[in-house]
Design a binder for this molecule. Sequence first.
Ligand SMILES: [Zn+2]
Ligand SMILES: [Zn+2]
Length: 186
Amino acid sequence: MTENARTSLATGGCQCGALRYALYGAPSHDAVCHCRMCQKALGAPFGVFLSVATDDFAWTRGAPETFRSSSHAERDFCGVCGTPLTFRWYDGRHVSVLVPTLDEPERFPPSRQIGVESRLSWVADICSLPARTTAEDSGADFVAACVSYQHPDHETPDDWTPTPQEPGKPEKPAKPEKPAKPERDA
Ligand SMILES: [Zn+2]
Ligand SMILES: [Zn+2]
């Protein structure tokens, strides 16, 4: 049976759409991981993972790049856009996917924390900080004018390509011209 013929429980992928994956079985466990290795691998204060049996995970578009981050595990990411997507122990029994890369991350709230020896001291207060929506922060016009080049949060045909970047995208400001050398009197 091909992967696409199986009914997926959930789907996800990278921001550029080169990689897509599907889960075919219920998660066996989940975690917010605060460990220092996840912080560096994800460029984030913590990772949120859920794990499925290896047989219940499949790449449905593209193949990832892999970084062996320790003697215990490997991490897969998109070689085109860099999005981190999975964490795999060498025991090969489970694949952990990063919950925010799922198309519907709201469906999978975490139930425990691990790696708390490295938890950043300010993490607990994040949700108490002053808070604004994107429109409140950047303006409704900015939000309305923003064209996303990311893959949408649902399955797309294999020939899906991102919206081409507009020719009118902001250019780097031109370097100021060097002032002409002052001419010396001969
Ligand atoms: Zn990508
Ligand atoms: Zn970790």
